[in-house]
Design a protein around this ligand. Structure first.
Ligand code: AHG
Ligand code: MN
Ligand code: MN
Length: 338
């Protein structure tokens, strides 16, 4: 039997939101459309002129890749044309993008996104992704404002990611569990392939860029050593797996169980990942799948957000593994709490 398409699933789930008029459903559909366009280009990378850098640097001081720009444009275009959002925030834009058009006059939502996550993997045929987070606007009318984005992760209405991997998947939550859809290229539709995704309580994979080891807080150093120790009862040593695309690392750990850590380092004292469009949406997904997401001491989704491109350390994945890493942090890194 053929599985349900994303469109069919969204319509069915609309009943979960008694007062919803279908706007959120349409917004998720628009994200699905942009994802298919980006996937098409990612699949052709190498054949068409989409690899490499643009020569520019973004506000984060990172080199911008052509595919970063392409993905950003596609998602902005799809979201603006859809009429359900009054502002967009993106990793690739210093400021928010207010949406001011006739069709977006009554738009209730704002979307924050990382259009292309794992940029360093674009040129080498390794999975990349897109991350998105949806909030209800707090401003009353007109184009959205920066204030609309200054909400805690707990206020997210929906969040998800798309992974452009050996197959293309869209995974999202509206706070009622996590569902994963795989793009069936023969019909051009995302089809429900991973209903009600749950992560393991415990796992045996740890994902961290160990090249930065010397610059990690002591708690993380000690936890990594703990992961490497021999202990039959807890199946240690754990396996180390690090792709360098947060979406791909977290997607794998969600499926097989594991922990992903991007801690503070002496070079990035606030961490590297961004709260609004990387950590909060991923945290929402992970928590909905039964896992945990923290800064090493606090729940990610309860952090106050003060700036658009705010950074935070991230410890996320299987609940028992995150608890253990936090235990090491509180024991050995008490002065480094973020
Ligand atoms: P982006 O490509 O959007 O800038 O994000 C990359 C992030 C994340 O996806 C990944 O896990 C991490 O940065 C990799 O960083 P390192 O190369 O420092 O390990
Ligand atoms: Mn990213
Ligand atoms: Mn990015």
């Amino acid at each position: 039997m053929k599985s349900k398409t994303l469109g069919q699933f969204i319509i069915e789930k609309q009943a979960d939101f008694p007062f919803a008029k279908g706007e959120l459903s349409r917004l998720l559909r628009d994200i699905g459309i942009a994802a298919k366009i980006v996937n098409r280009e990612v699949n052709k990378a190498g054949l068409v002129e989409i690899l490499g850098e643009t020569g520019e640097t973004n506000i984060q001081g990172e080199k911008v890749k052509k595919l970063d720009v392409f993905a950003n444009e596609q998602f902005i275009a799809a979201l603006s044309a859809g009429g359900e959002v009054c502002a967009i925030a993106s990793e690739e834009n210093d400021e928010i993008i207010p949406v001011d058009s006739a069709i977006s006059k009554n738009a209730k939502y704002v979307v924050a996104m990382d259009p292309l996550d794992g940029s360093s993997n674009i040129d080498v045929n390794v999975s990349v992704g897109t991350i998105f987070s949806i909030y209800r606007r707090t401003s009353l009318s007109g184009p959205g404002t920066l204030e609309d984005f200054m909400q805690r992760g707990t206020e997210q209405i929906a969040a998800g990611y798309i992974i452009y991997g050996s197959s293309c998947m869209l995974v999202y939550t509206t706070g009622k569990g996590v569902n994963g859809f795989t793009l069936d290229p023969s019909i051009g539709e995302f089809c429900l392939s991973h209903p009600n995704m749950m992560t393991r309580k415990d796992g045996n994979v740890y994902s961290v860029n160990e090249g930065n080891y010397l610059h990690f807080p002591d708690g993380v150093k000690k936890y990594i050593k703990y992961c490497q120790e021999e202990d039959k009862a807890s199946s240690r040593p754990y396996s180390s797996r690090y792709i360098g695309s947060g979406v791909a690392d977290i997607h794998r750990n969600l499926i097989v169980g594991g922990i992903y850590i991007y801690p503070t380092t002496t070079k990035s004292p606030k961490g590297k990942l961004r709260l609004l469009y990387e950590c909060n949406p991923l945290a929402f997904i992970i928590e909905q799948a039964g896992g945990k997401a923290t800064t090493g001491s606090k729940r990610i989704m309860e952090i106050d957000i003060k700036e658009l491109h705010q950074r935070t350390p991230l410890f996320c994945g299987s609940a028992d593994m995150v608890d253990k890493a936090m235990e090491f942090m509180s024991k050995y890194s008490t002065t480094e709490k973020v």
